[in-house]
Design a protein around this ligand. Structure first.
Ligand SMILES: Cc1cc2nc3c(=O)[nH]c(=O)nc-3n(C[C@H](O)[C@H](O)[C@H](O)COP(=O)(O)OP(=O)(O)OC[C@H]3O[C@@H](n4cnc5c(N)ncnc54)[C@H](O)[C@@H]3O)c2cc1C
Ligand code: FES
Length: 334
């Protein structure tokens, strides 16, 4: 019997290549999780460099520049291995223990902090066994089987409830349901947990949490998780940069953190504020760089629009941030 070709990771782990399956799915089949978010070639989160071997596209690559492709970068969700392959990537240990589940979920409460944002809470059946890491997202399967991704806005809690923050997209299929029909008691389906946006070991680091719009949801979950970590696991500094067009886009308060966490430096950034606005203007990554020229001791977690994430990654890495310490979730369209 021919032996399967192997895909090798930088930390020594390896798993079989399966014809017709992406590198990401081959890893999952072997119980390993690689960095990822959208799984459809759009967000770039799963990009990794092929150190040795050949790959072939399975999906259109909508994220890498021609220069990156020429340097050997691939999207692990969008290519298959052609024979033995070595990647400059490591698996994300803690995620492998989480089981992907499909579950019924009922709307427990709904509120609209602004006309364009819905904050809702879902409840799962008792003993559903749903486990996730703060920062991850789920897919909601709504009416007519429409499936869309939403980040969880809270860390796991004893009552198992899940909060989502949903931005209205004009004419959007699921937005129409959320903003015109959804009501308390509605039954939906949930698939998850998904994604690799979760808090790493940030002890002693400068921690920057960046969000645009409802990208603020998983940032709240990360803050909740941080509050639960002991004093010795805390970063040495903590800042949240939240960007919107106008003041009303920043629809939520920040949580009060316990005294063992570093003081939270909140920097709201508006791109279309009127003259009365006295705070930061423009893009959040520019505001961050204006205030923090050195990023050698930083961890950055960024969530929200793909445009913000792509620019932030480029600018912050150019300013000295280690590529391995930039973690993101881009809200790309389905
Ligand atoms: C990993 C991940 C996590 C996400 N988490 C959240 C979340 O926590 N909160 C949240 O509000 N959204 C989130 N999204 C986006 C969400 O999944 C949907 O894409 C969004 O709600 C629009 O769905 P829709 O069915 O209303 O619109 P669709 O019917 O899918 O789209 C209608 C039209 O609007 C365009 N469009 C879709 N999304 C956007 C957008 N964001 N901005 C501008 N145009 C758009 C589409 O290209 C299409 O032309 C996330 C996406 C991903 C991939
Ligand atoms: S491009 Fe591969 S996970 Fe988004």
């Amino acid at each position: 019997m021919p032996t399967a070709s192997l895909i090798h990771l930088a930390n020594g782990r390896q798993f079989p290549a399966i014809a017709g399956k992406s590198l990401l799915d081959c890893a999952a089949q072997a119980g390993l999780v690689l960095e990822h978010s959208c799984r459809n070639g759009r967000c770039g989160t799963c990009k990794t460099r092929v150190l040795q071997g050949q790959t072939e596209p399975l999906l259109p690559d909508q994220s890498l520049s021609p220069e990156q492709q020429a340097e050997g970068w691939v999207l692990s969700c969008a290519v298959q291995a052609l024979g033995e392959v070595s990647l400059d990537a490591e698996d994300l240990g803690p995620l492998a223990e989480l089981k992907l589940l499909t579950l019924p979920a009922r709307i427990d409460s709904l509120e609209q902090p602004t006309p364009d944002v819905l904050r809702l809470v879902l409840r799962l059946p008792p003993n559903s066994g749903f486990r996730y890491l703060a920062g991850q997202y789920i897919n909601i399967i709504g009416p007519q089987g429409i499936k869309r991704a939403y980040s969880l806005a809270n860390a796991p809690r004893a009552d198992g409830k899940l909060q989502l923050h949903i931005k209205k997209v004009a004419g959007g299929a699921l937005s129409t349901y959320w903003f015109e029909q959804a009501k308390v008691g509605d039954l939906l389906r949930l698939e998850g947990p998904r994604g690799s946006f979760f808090l790493r070991d940030v002890a002693g680091m400068d921690l920057f949490l960046l969000a645009t719009g409802t990208g603020f949801a998983p940032i709240l979950a990360l803050l909740e998780e941080l509050a639960q970590r002991p004093a010795e696991a805390q970063p040495r500094s903590l800042a949240v940069y939240w960007g919107g067009r106008q003041a009303q886009d920043l629809y939520s308060d920040l949580p009060a953190l316990p005294p063992h966490c570093p003081p939270l430096n909140f920097v709201p950034v508006l791109s279309r504020a009127d003259e009365s606005w006295g705070g930061e203007r423009g893009h959040i990554q520019d505001a961050l760089l204006r205030r923090n020229p050195s990023l050698t001791n930083a961890w950055v977690f960024a969530c929200g629009s793909n445009a913000m994430i792509a620019s932030a990654q480029k600018q912050l890495l150019a300013a000295g941030l280690s590529a391995r310490r930039f973690c993101s979730d881009a809200f790309v369209a389905a």
